[in-house]
Design a protein. Sequence first.
Length: 173
Amino acid sequence: MLNKNIEGALNAQVEKEAYSSLLYLAMASWAEVNGIAGVAQWLYVQSDEERQHMLKLVKYINERGGQAVITGLKQPGLEFTTVKQMFDAVLTHERFISASINDIVAQCIAEKDFTTQHWLQWFVNEQIEEEANVTKILDKLKLSGENNLYLFDRDIMSMRTAPGNAAAGAEAQ
Ligand SMILES: [Fe+2]
Ligand SMILES: [Fe+2]
């Protein structure tokens, strides 16, 4: 059974994963409208994955005797004007999510909820992969040059690891 503090922390994470999905959907739409089709596709898939993360948390909270809370979300801002700026924003957001997951793990240890701590390891592994993937994309963007996005846009989908692969080991437990 989840204690109320851990339930609250997990519900806050439900909201953050939902917002991640919304943010990447907004970015996908921006890229699509600007004719950057590969980047748009990458972001649409990323948005779907974030929704899966949200659902994973919802199911766990409910399964452990808590109650998942679905909140309203603020509209994502789209301040960027270049693809580079946009992926910088993705990396910043993923680092924020990693820090948030780490905080919940620390809270689980403090409150001796070792079941949830163990369960959260999937998210810890997933965040390692998310940050590494976006860093690779930014490296590739630097190599291809911001003024020549043709190859970058054509190849970006091939840089995706299959969903869940990174965390497959943790999930098999
Ligand atoms: Fe996520
Ligand atoms: Fe993510």
